[in-house]
Design a protein around this ligand. Sequence first.
Ligand code: TXA
Ligand code: MG
Length: 345
Amino acid sequence: MTLISKIDENNIDKQEIKKQAEILKNGNTVIFPTETVYGLGANALDNIAAAKIYAAKGRPSDNPLIVHIYDKKQVDELATDISEKAYTIMDKFWPGPITIILKKKDIVPNITSGGLDTVGIRMPSNPIAKELLKEVNLPIAAPSANISGRPSPTKGKHVYNEMNNRVDGIILGGDCTFGLESTVVDLTNDIPTILRPGSVTKEDLESIIGQVNIDPALEKKEDNIKAKAPGMKYKHYSPNADVYIVSGNINDVIKKINELSNNNAKEGLKCAVMCLDKNKNKYKCNTIVLGRNLEEVASNLFNALITADEEKYDIVYTEEFSNCGVGRAIMNRLLKSAGYKIIKV
Ligand code: TXA
Ligand code: MG
Protein backbone atom coordinates (compact mmCIF):
# COMPACT_ATOMS: atom_id res chain seq x y z
CA MET A 1 0.00 0.00 0.00
CA THR A 2 1.20 3.47 -0.86
CA LEU A 3 0.47 6.33 1.53
CA ILE A 4 -0.81 9.21 -0.62
CA SER A 5 -0.56 12.78 0.72
CA LYS A 6 -1.99 15.68 -1.21
CA ILE A 7 -0.07 18.79 -0.16
CA ASP A 8 -0.51 22.42 -1.21
CA GLU A 9 2.91 24.06 -1.58
CA ASN A 10 1.46 27.40 -0.49
CA ASN A 11 -0.04 25.97 2.70
CA ILE A 12 2.05 22.97 3.68
CA ASP A 13 0.42 20.42 5.96
CA LYS A 14 3.25 19.63 8.40
CA GLN A 15 1.49 16.52 9.74
CA GLU A 16 1.43 14.94 6.28
CA ILE A 17 5.10 15.87 5.77
CA LYS A 18 5.92 14.17 9.10
CA LYS A 19 4.16 10.95 8.01
CA GLN A 20 6.08 10.82 4.74
CA ALA A 21 9.38 11.74 6.47
CA GLU A 22 8.80 8.82 8.85
CA ILE A 23 8.58 6.46 5.86
CA LEU A 24 11.97 7.73 4.62
CA LYS A 25 13.51 7.46 8.10
CA ASN A 26 12.38 3.81 8.21
CA GLY A 27 14.37 3.06 5.05
CA ASN A 28 11.46 3.11 2.60
CA THR A 29 10.62 5.06 -0.58
CA VAL A 30 8.65 8.32 -1.04
CA ILE A 31 7.91 10.22 -4.25
CA PHE A 32 7.93 14.01 -3.84
CA PRO A 33 7.67 17.04 -6.13
CA THR A 34 10.67 19.21 -6.96
CA GLU A 35 10.89 22.31 -9.16
CA THR A 36 12.26 20.15 -12.03
CA VAL A 37 10.43 16.81 -12.02
CA TYR A 38 9.03 14.48 -9.34
CA GLY A 39 11.74 12.49 -7.51
CA LEU A 40 11.63 8.95 -6.09
CA GLY A 41 13.45 9.28 -2.78
CA ALA A 42 15.08 7.06 -0.17
CA ASN A 43 17.87 7.40 2.40
CA ALA A 44 21.05 7.94 0.32
CA LEU A 45 23.27 6.52 3.07
CA ASP A 46 21.38 3.23 3.47
CA ASN A 47 22.21 0.44 0.99
CA ILE A 48 18.92 -1.35 1.37
CA ALA A 49 16.84 1.81 1.04
CA ALA A 50 18.74 2.91 -2.08
CA ALA A 51 18.27 -0.55 -3.61
CA LYS A 52 14.50 -0.06 -3.28
CA ILE A 53 14.74 2.94 -5.63
CA TYR A 54 16.33 0.87 -8.38
CA ALA A 55 13.72 -1.85 -7.87
CA ALA A 56 10.77 0.58 -8.04
CA LYS A 57 12.09 2.17 -11.24
CA GLY A 58 13.34 -1.03 -12.84
CA ARG A 59 16.62 0.83 -13.29
CA PRO A 60 20.10 -0.64 -13.90
CA SER A 61 22.16 -0.20 -10.74
CA ASP A 62 25.26 1.23 -12.45
CA ASN A 63 23.30 4.45 -12.88
CA PRO A 64 24.17 6.84 -10.01
CA LEU A 65 21.52 8.65 -7.99
CA ILE A 66 21.39 12.38 -7.21
CA VAL A 67 21.53 13.12 -3.48
CA HIS A 68 19.14 15.84 -2.30
CA ILE A 69 19.87 18.10 0.68
CA TYR A 70 18.25 21.13 2.34
CA ASP A 71 21.33 22.76 3.89
CA LYS A 72 24.71 23.50 2.27
CA LYS A 73 26.41 22.17 5.41
CA GLN A 74 25.38 18.67 4.34
CA VAL A 75 27.76 18.90 1.34
CA ASP A 76 30.79 18.52 3.62
CA GLU A 77 29.38 15.30 5.06
CA LEU A 78 29.04 13.79 1.58
CA ALA A 79 31.91 15.17 -0.50
CA THR A 80 35.55 16.18 -0.37
CA ASP A 81 37.96 18.35 -2.45
CA ILE A 82 35.26 21.00 -2.93
CA SER A 83 36.56 23.75 -5.24
CA GLU A 84 35.90 27.50 -5.12
CA LYS A 85 33.85 27.14 -8.32
CA ALA A 86 31.64 24.60 -6.57
CA TYR A 87 30.98 27.02 -3.71
CA THR A 88 30.25 29.81 -6.21
CA ILE A 89 27.66 27.64 -7.98
CA MET A 90 26.02 26.64 -4.68
CA ASP A 91 25.82 30.28 -3.55
CA LYS A 92 24.39 31.52 -6.82
CA PHE A 93 22.00 28.72 -7.87
CA TRP A 94 20.99 26.80 -4.73
CA PRO A 95 18.33 26.07 -3.84
CA GLY A 96 17.54 25.39 -7.49
CA PRO A 97 17.77 23.16 -10.56
CA ILE A 98 21.48 22.30 -10.69
CA THR A 99 23.32 19.17 -9.53
CA ILE A 100 27.04 19.29 -8.81
CA ILE A 101 29.32 16.26 -9.11
CA LEU A 102 32.05 16.14 -6.48
CA LYS A 103 34.48 13.53 -5.15
CA LYS A 104 32.50 11.43 -2.68
CA LYS A 105 33.33 10.56 0.90
CA ASP A 106 33.19 6.93 2.07
CA ILE A 107 29.89 7.57 3.87
CA VAL A 108 28.13 7.54 0.45
CA PRO A 109 27.55 3.88 -0.41
CA ASN A 110 28.48 2.49 -3.83
CA ILE A 111 24.88 1.69 -4.61
CA THR A 112 24.05 5.42 -4.39
CA SER A 113 27.04 6.50 -6.48
CA GLY A 114 26.51 3.70 -9.02
CA GLY A 115 30.01 2.44 -8.17
CA LEU A 116 31.68 5.78 -9.06
CA ASP A 117 34.01 7.63 -6.68
CA THR A 118 31.93 10.79 -7.14
CA VAL A 119 28.52 11.93 -5.90
CA GLY A 120 25.89 14.20 -7.47
CA ILE A 121 24.33 16.65 -4.98
CA ARG A 122 21.42 19.04 -5.36
CA MET A 123 19.43 21.36 -3.11
CA PRO A 124 15.91 21.70 -4.56
CA SER A 125 13.88 24.88 -4.20
CA ASN A 126 10.38 23.38 -4.23
CA PRO A 127 8.83 24.26 -0.82
CA ILE A 128 7.44 20.74 -0.28
CA ALA A 129 10.79 19.11 -1.11
CA LYS A 130 12.57 21.54 1.23
CA GLU A 131 10.19 20.86 4.10
CA LEU A 132 10.40 17.09 3.64
CA LEU A 133 14.22 17.09 3.47
CA LYS A 134 14.40 19.25 6.58
CA GLU A 135 11.99 17.05 8.50
CA VAL A 136 13.77 13.82 7.56
CA ASN A 137 17.21 15.38 8.13
CA LEU A 138 19.01 12.79 5.99
CA PRO A 139 20.48 13.10 2.50
CA ILE A 140 17.86 11.68 0.15
CA ALA A 141 18.78 9.95 -3.10
CA ALA A 142 16.12 10.66 -5.72
CA PRO A 143 16.10 9.97 -9.42
CA SER A 144 13.17 11.08 -11.52
CA ALA A 145 10.06 9.15 -10.43
CA ASN A 146 9.35 7.33 -13.71
CA ILE A 147 9.79 3.72 -14.71
CA SER A 148 13.23 3.55 -16.30
CA GLY A 149 13.13 4.66 -19.96
CA ARG A 150 9.85 6.59 -19.69
CA PRO A 151 9.39 10.39 -19.71
CA SER A 152 10.01 12.01 -16.30
CA PRO A 153 6.82 12.93 -14.42
CA THR A 154 6.00 16.62 -14.00
CA LYS A 155 2.43 16.32 -12.72
CA GLY A 156 0.86 14.51 -9.78
CA LYS A 157 -1.32 12.42 -12.06
CA HIS A 158 1.75 11.12 -13.93
CA VAL A 159 3.36 9.72 -10.78
CA TYR A 160 0.11 8.40 -9.45
CA ASN A 161 -0.72 6.55 -12.68
CA GLU A 162 2.75 5.12 -13.13
CA MET A 163 4.04 4.53 -9.59
CA ASN A 164 1.12 3.94 -7.23
CA ASN A 165 1.79 0.68 -5.32
CA ARG A 166 5.43 0.59 -6.48
CA VAL A 167 6.59 2.87 -3.62
CA ASP A 168 5.70 3.40 0.06
CA GLY A 169 4.63 7.04 -0.11
CA ILE A 170 3.62 9.61 -2.72
CA ILE A 171 3.30 13.35 -2.13
CA LEU A 172 1.04 14.91 -4.75
CA GLY A 173 2.11 18.55 -4.82
CA GLY A 174 0.97 20.03 -8.12
CA ASP A 175 2.95 20.69 -11.28
CA CYS A 176 6.73 21.03 -11.47
CA THR A 177 7.66 24.53 -12.68
CA PHE A 178 10.75 23.88 -14.82
CA GLY A 179 9.66 20.51 -16.18
CA LEU A 180 13.11 19.27 -17.26
CA GLU A 181 15.59 17.64 -14.88
CA SER A 182 18.39 19.64 -13.29
CA THR A 183 21.57 20.63 -15.07
CA VAL A 184 24.33 18.18 -14.04
CA VAL A 185 27.81 19.70 -13.87
CA ASP A 186 30.99 17.79 -13.07
CA LEU A 187 33.28 19.86 -10.83
CA THR A 188 35.96 17.25 -10.23
CA ASN A 189 38.30 18.83 -12.85
CA ASP A 190 39.64 22.38 -13.25
CA ILE A 191 37.26 23.13 -16.10
CA PRO A 192 33.68 22.19 -15.19
CA THR A 193 31.82 19.96 -17.65
CA ILE A 194 28.06 19.86 -18.21
CA LEU A 195 27.01 16.21 -18.27
CA ARG A 196 23.28 16.94 -18.66
CA PRO A 197 21.90 20.29 -19.88
CA GLY A 198 19.05 21.85 -17.89
CA SER A 199 17.50 25.21 -17.17
CA VAL A 200 20.70 26.54 -15.59
CA THR A 201 22.55 26.97 -18.89
CA LYS A 202 26.19 26.90 -19.98
CA GLU A 203 25.88 30.67 -20.48
CA ASP A 204 24.54 31.15 -16.91
CA LEU A 205 27.46 29.16 -15.50
CA GLU A 206 30.11 30.84 -17.65
CA SER A 207 28.97 34.26 -16.47
CA ILE A 208 30.09 33.38 -12.92
CA ILE A 209 32.86 30.76 -13.14
CA GLY A 210 34.42 31.21 -16.60
CA GLN A 211 34.90 28.45 -19.15
CA VAL A 212 32.52 25.50 -18.96
CA ASN A 213 32.68 22.52 -21.33
CA ILE A 214 29.84 20.34 -22.56
CA ASP A 215 30.40 16.59 -22.50
CA PRO A 216 30.89 15.93 -26.25
CA ALA A 217 29.19 12.57 -25.82
CA LEU A 218 25.86 14.37 -25.34
CA GLU A 219 25.36 15.39 -28.92
CA LYS A 220 25.70 12.07 -30.70
CA LYS A 221 23.94 8.76 -30.44
CA GLU A 222 27.08 6.59 -30.84
CA ASP A 223 28.97 8.59 -28.26
CA ASN A 224 26.26 8.30 -25.64
CA ILE A 225 27.64 4.92 -24.67
CA LYS A 226 30.71 6.77 -23.44
CA ALA A 227 28.75 9.53 -21.71
CA LYS A 228 30.15 10.48 -18.34
CA ALA A 229 26.68 10.71 -16.77
CA PRO A 230 25.85 7.05 -17.04
CA GLY A 231 22.14 7.83 -17.08
CA MET A 232 22.56 9.44 -20.47
CA LYS A 233 23.45 6.18 -22.19
CA TYR A 234 20.14 4.40 -21.70
CA LYS A 235 17.00 4.59 -23.80
CA HIS A 236 15.17 7.55 -22.37
CA TYR A 237 12.03 9.66 -22.43
CA SER A 238 10.39 7.26 -24.85
CA PRO A 239 6.66 7.34 -25.42
CA ASN A 240 5.06 4.40 -27.21
CA ALA A 241 4.79 6.45 -30.40
CA ASP A 242 7.66 6.68 -32.84
CA VAL A 243 9.07 10.21 -32.49
CA TYR A 244 10.77 12.09 -35.36
CA ILE A 245 12.43 15.50 -35.21
CA VAL A 246 11.86 17.43 -38.44
CA SER A 247 14.72 19.85 -38.98
CA GLY A 248 15.08 22.83 -41.34
CA ASN A 249 13.46 26.12 -42.25
CA ILE A 250 10.08 26.27 -40.42
CA ASN A 251 7.98 26.65 -43.60
CA ASP A 252 9.65 23.58 -45.12
CA VAL A 253 9.19 21.71 -41.83
CA ILE A 254 5.46 22.44 -41.79
CA LYS A 255 5.11 21.39 -45.44
CA LYS A 256 7.02 18.16 -44.83
CA ILE A 257 5.04 17.24 -41.71
CA ASN A 258 1.74 17.85 -43.53
CA GLU A 259 2.94 15.63 -46.37
CA LEU A 260 4.17 12.84 -44.08
CA SER A 261 1.14 12.87 -41.81
CA ASN A 262 -1.17 12.77 -44.81
CA ASN A 263 0.61 9.62 -46.03
CA ASN A 264 0.54 8.14 -42.52
CA ALA A 265 -3.21 8.73 -42.26
CA LYS A 266 -3.72 6.83 -45.53
CA GLU A 267 -1.86 3.90 -43.95
CA GLY A 268 -4.20 4.07 -40.96
CA LEU A 269 -1.58 5.48 -38.60
CA LYS A 270 -2.58 8.07 -36.03
CA CYS A 271 -0.14 10.99 -35.92
CA ALA A 272 0.41 14.32 -34.25
CA VAL A 273 2.91 17.14 -34.30
CA MET A 274 4.47 18.80 -31.25
CA CYS A 275 4.80 22.47 -32.14
CA LEU A 276 4.99 26.05 -30.98
CA ASP A 277 1.66 27.72 -30.32
CA LYS A 278 2.15 30.19 -33.20
CA ASN A 279 2.37 27.34 -35.75
CA LYS A 280 -0.54 25.22 -34.58
CA ASN A 281 -3.02 26.35 -37.24
CA LYS A 282 -0.60 25.61 -40.09
CA TYR A 283 -0.75 21.85 -39.57
CA LYS A 284 -3.35 19.59 -41.10
CA CYS A 285 -2.82 16.80 -38.52
CA ASN A 286 -3.45 16.81 -34.76
CA THR A 287 -1.22 19.14 -32.77
CA ILE A 288 0.21 18.95 -29.27
CA VAL A 289 1.14 22.55 -28.45
CA LEU A 290 4.39 22.79 -26.49
CA GLY A 291 4.13 26.48 -25.64
CA ARG A 292 4.84 30.00 -26.79
CA ASN A 293 8.54 30.17 -25.91
CA LEU A 294 11.43 27.92 -24.88
CA GLU A 295 10.63 28.14 -21.15
CA GLU A 296 7.09 26.93 -21.79
CA VAL A 297 8.34 24.21 -24.14
CA ALA A 298 10.73 22.96 -21.41
CA SER A 299 8.00 22.93 -18.83
CA ASN A 300 5.46 21.12 -21.08
CA LEU A 301 7.68 18.68 -22.96
CA PHE A 302 7.35 15.57 -20.77
CA ASN A 303 3.63 16.15 -20.33
CA ALA A 304 3.34 16.32 -24.13
CA LEU A 305 5.13 12.97 -24.52
CA ILE A 306 2.85 11.39 -21.93
CA THR A 307 -0.20 12.93 -23.65
CA ALA A 308 0.98 11.31 -26.90
CA ASP A 309 0.64 7.95 -25.16
CA GLU A 310 -2.71 8.73 -23.59
CA GLU A 311 -4.06 9.72 -26.99
CA LYS A 312 -2.50 6.60 -28.53
CA TYR A 313 -0.57 8.22 -31.35
CA ASP A 314 1.52 5.89 -33.52
CA ILE A 315 3.78 8.65 -34.83
CA VAL A 316 4.74 12.01 -33.33
CA TYR A 317 6.63 14.60 -35.40
CA THR A 318 8.23 17.50 -33.59
CA GLU A 319 9.57 20.87 -34.58
CA GLU A 320 13.22 21.50 -33.82
CA PHE A 321 14.44 24.15 -31.34
CA SER A 322 17.62 26.21 -31.23
CA ASN A 323 20.45 24.41 -29.48
CA CYS A 324 21.39 27.22 -27.11
CA GLY A 325 20.28 28.44 -23.70
CA VAL A 326 17.46 26.28 -22.38
CA GLY A 327 16.96 25.05 -25.99
CA ARG A 328 20.00 22.82 -25.46
CA ALA A 329 18.21 20.94 -22.66
CA ILE A 330 15.04 20.66 -24.77
CA MET A 331 16.91 19.29 -27.81
CA ASN A 332 18.85 16.85 -25.59
CA ARG A 333 15.58 15.32 -24.29
CA LEU A 334 13.90 15.43 -27.73
CA LEU A 335 16.82 13.66 -29.42
CA LYS A 336 16.63 10.89 -26.86
CA SER A 337 12.88 10.49 -27.07
CA ALA A 338 13.23 10.35 -30.87
CA GLY A 339 15.99 7.77 -30.60
CA TYR A 340 18.04 10.34 -32.63
CA LYS A 341 15.73 10.04 -35.66
CA ILE A 342 15.94 13.33 -37.57
CA ILE A 343 14.27 14.14 -40.89
CA LYS A 344 16.18 16.96 -42.58
CA VAL A 345 14.27 19.11 -45.09
O1 TXA B 1 16.11 17.36 -11.54
C1 TXA B 1 16.65 16.31 -11.19
O2 TXA B 1 17.87 16.18 -11.18
C2 TXA B 1 15.75 15.15 -10.78
C3 TXA B 1 15.01 15.57 -9.50
C4 TXA B 1 14.20 14.48 -8.90
O3 TXA B 1 15.91 16.11 -8.58
N1 TXA B 1 16.49 13.95 -10.61
C5 TXA B 1 16.99 13.26 -11.66
O4 TXA B 1 17.66 12.12 -11.36
O5 TXA B 1 16.84 13.62 -12.81
P1 TXA B 1 18.00 10.99 -12.42
O6 TXA B 1 18.56 9.88 -11.61
O7 TXA B 1 16.82 10.67 -13.23
O8 TXA B 1 19.16 11.57 -13.26
C6 TXA B 1 20.44 11.72 -12.70
C7 TXA B 1 21.48 11.98 -13.78
C8 TXA B 1 21.77 10.70 -14.53
O9 TXA B 1 22.03 11.00 -15.88
C9 TXA B 1 23.01 10.20 -13.81
O10 TXA B 1 23.78 9.33 -14.60
C10 TXA B 1 23.73 11.52 -13.49
O11 TXA B 1 22.69 12.41 -13.17
N2 TXA B 1 24.59 11.39 -12.31
C11 TXA B 1 24.23 11.25 -11.02
N3 TXA B 1 25.31 11.10 -10.24
C12 TXA B 1 26.39 11.17 -11.03
C13 TXA B 1 27.79 11.08 -10.84
N4 TXA B 1 28.32 10.87 -9.64
N5 TXA B 1 28.60 11.19 -11.93
C14 TXA B 1 28.09 11.39 -13.15
N6 TXA B 1 26.77 11.48 -13.40
C15 TXA B 1 25.93 11.37 -12.38
MG1 MG C 1 15.64 10.22 -14.98
